[in-house]
Design a protein around this ligand. Structure first.
Ligand code: COI
Length: 358
């Protein structure tokens, strides 16, 4: 399928302060789009980042068939563009599609979109420390009909933005015991828009109470921790690194998986299991709670300084040379090709002429 490329008339890049990037506001000049017409993928194109014309009967707006991914591209020390673990985002996106009864995306289309977008907007990918190019693939239903059914038609798009840190400091967390994010048999493991919509009220209340984020607990007893609003969570006690198992209600984070693999290679004992909030508080009482940290593509790795459970807080010492900072540095070094990519995580973007098919 031939990809049509329409370039923007004037780049917005000169309006961007690469020394002071926020998260998710500095959207680049172009977007990759493909449509599924019920039979095949058509109209593959790169076009300027401008509004799409869509009807308000669009089924994604009514019945929520909408999924997305988040991954990052970096400029490495050789000035090449590396995307971190895109094959894993591709696989997770299709797992989300399957769960939400949506059309799956061909691998070739996913990578064509990533390559072309990073190619045409390569100037948005800076080599400044702490900056990256966040890529947001999304898939949404476009049938125009009010009956509740799985859509036959879809739009797959990828856009990107130049980003800095999602969190700039360690986090103060409220353990959520009223609202529920996910339950067994639900959609918790899928990266679907509705999961985020359902989290907003709890997050708003926590923010009004002075917290940075919420930590979700299981839907039945509100006793076992699951994940944070925007990331996974790890607990370190001595050489034991514990994280909630992903058995249906927790998102299978790619940074989570990278941390598990790196920590194992550093001889940490990694446990993926149920962990109760009582156990964490008990570790703190016994002074055995070494670190708590969050992991995510947007969040990267960020330490947690306070956990508040039903009004009682524990405070976690913020030291230098923590495991989380060591892991973050190791990951950064891999992403920027400063060290050997022993796990084969980096994907080098093919920079080519616009007509090239990838
Ligand atoms: C990501 O980390 O990429 C996410 O999708 C989380 C989102 C809340 C920014």
């Amino acid at each position: 399928m031939v990809l049509k490329i329409t370039k923007c008339e004037k780049s917005r890049i000169n309006d961007v302060d690469f020394n002071n990037l926020s998260f998710g506001k500095e959207i680049s000049d172009h977007v990759f789009i493909a449509e599924f017409d019920g039979n095949s993928w058509i109209n593959e194109r790169i076009q300027p980042y401008t509004p799409l014309q869509l009807n308000i009967s669009l089924s994604a707006l009514h019945y929520g068939q909408s999924i997305f991914e988040g991954l990052k591209a970096f400029r490495d020390i050789n000035n090449q563009i590396q995307i971190f673990r895109p094959i894993d985002n591709f696989k997770r996106m299709n797992l989300s599609a399957k769960r939400m009864c949506m059309q799956e995306i061909p691998e070739e289309l996913f990578f064509k979109g990533l390559n072309h977008l990073c190619n045409i907007d390569k100037n948005w990918i800076s080599n400044k420390q702490g900056n990256s190019f966040y890529l947001r693939p999304l898939l949404f239903a476009t049938d125009e009909s009010l009956g509740v059914h799985a859509s036959k038609k879809y739009i797959f798009a990828i856009f990107g933005c130049a980003v800095g840190a999602y969190y700039s400091k360690s986090l103060k967390i409220k353990v959520e015991t009223n609202f529920t994010r996910a339950c067994i048999g639900g959609t918790g493991e899928a990266k679907t828009a509705g999961n985020y919509a359902a989290s907003l009220l709890a997050a708003k209340i926590a923010s009004e109470q002075g917290f940075d984020q919420i930590l979700w607990t299981d839907s039945i007893e509100h006793k076992y921790i699951e994940e944070l609003g925007s990331s996974n969570i790890f607990i370190l006690s001595d050489k034991n690194l514990i994280t909630p198992q992903t058995s249906g209600t927790v998102l299978k984070g790619i940074t989570r998986d990278s941390v598990i693999k790196l920590a194992k290679s550093m001889n940490y004992n990694v446990e993926e299991r149920k962990i109760s909030i009582d156990e964490i508080f008990e570790l703190s009482t016994q002074q055995k709670l070494t670190e708590v940290f969050a992991t995510g593509t947007a969040a990267t790795i960020v330490s947690i300084k306070e956990l508040n459970y039903n009004g009682n807080s524990i405070f976690i010492n913020q030291k230098n040379d923590t495991l989380s900072s060591i892991l973050k540095n190791k990951l950064d070094e891999i992403k920027h090709s400063k060290t050997a990519d022993i796990f084969g995580w980096n994907y080098t973007v093919k920079i080519n002429e616009p007509s090239t098919s990838f």
